[in-house]
Design a protein around this ligand. Structure first.
Ligand code: COA
Length: 167
């Protein structure tokens, strides 16, 4: 299995993968919308036997009140249902964190499973005085500093790209 940047030739496979991994095609459509509208973005695929088996996307989020920060949001990510729990998601996240660092992001936020993301260092965003624009349980909105102390002395509400409103 390799993790690599997504290419235009992967778009159909990535759509199909997200449509299969999530209960509705909303996330698949979100990925298509974010590719066109978000700048910058990081889109990585996991490829096995020339087949796209996993995908992860990172797009910039905004802090309100505004601050000169470079924070990326991890969403969505998906692994083919029959290949889940074999480490593909973990490999995508680790490669994604490296790619975010290369883009000079200082932190990453994620809205997701409270049992999954802490293993990569994510902690409840409330520990950094960050809230989510959506009403979600505290434990599901998490943040990770890529540079130590990057989120010290900031507080506010994290807003995702407007395309997320469609999901
Ligand atoms: C979440 C997801 C990307 C993880 O990918 P994966 O390749 O299965 O993950 P890994 O193999 O690296 O890790 C598996 C671990 O994650 C845990 N995990 C997977 N989904 C989970 C969930 N919904 N809640 C809690 N833990 C979960 C597994 O229990 C397993 O734990 P273990 O290592 O202690 O056994 C994958 O399950 C998926 O595509 N789910 C459907 C889409 C989705 O929910 N995406 C995330 C929200 S954006």
């Amino acid at each position: 299995m390799i993790i690599r940047q997504e290419h235009p030739a992967d778009y159909d496979a990535v759509y199909a993968l997200n449509a299969e991994a999530f209960p509705s095609p909303a996330e698949a459509g979100l990925v298509d919308a974010l590719r066109k509208q978000a700048n910058p973005f990081i889109s990585l695929v996991a490829e096995r036997d020339s087949r796209v088996v996993g995908h992860i996307l990172f797009t910039p989020v905004e802090l309100i009140p505004p601050a000169e920060l470079n924070i990326m949001g991890l969403a969505p990510m998906a692994v083919l249902p029959e290949l889940q729990k074999s480490g593909i998601g973990s490999a995508l996240i680790r490669a994604g964190l490296t790619a975010c660092r290369e883009l000079s992001a200082g932190a990453i936020v994620v809205l997701g499973h409270a049992d999954y993301y802490p293993r990569f260092g994510f902690r409840p965003a409330s520990e950094f005085e960050l809230r989510c624009q959506y009403e979600v349980p505290d434990e599901n909105f998490m943040a990770l500093e890529l540079s130590s102390g990057y989120l010290a002395n900031v507080s506010g509400e994290i807003h995702y790209h407007p395309a997320f409103a469609a999901v």
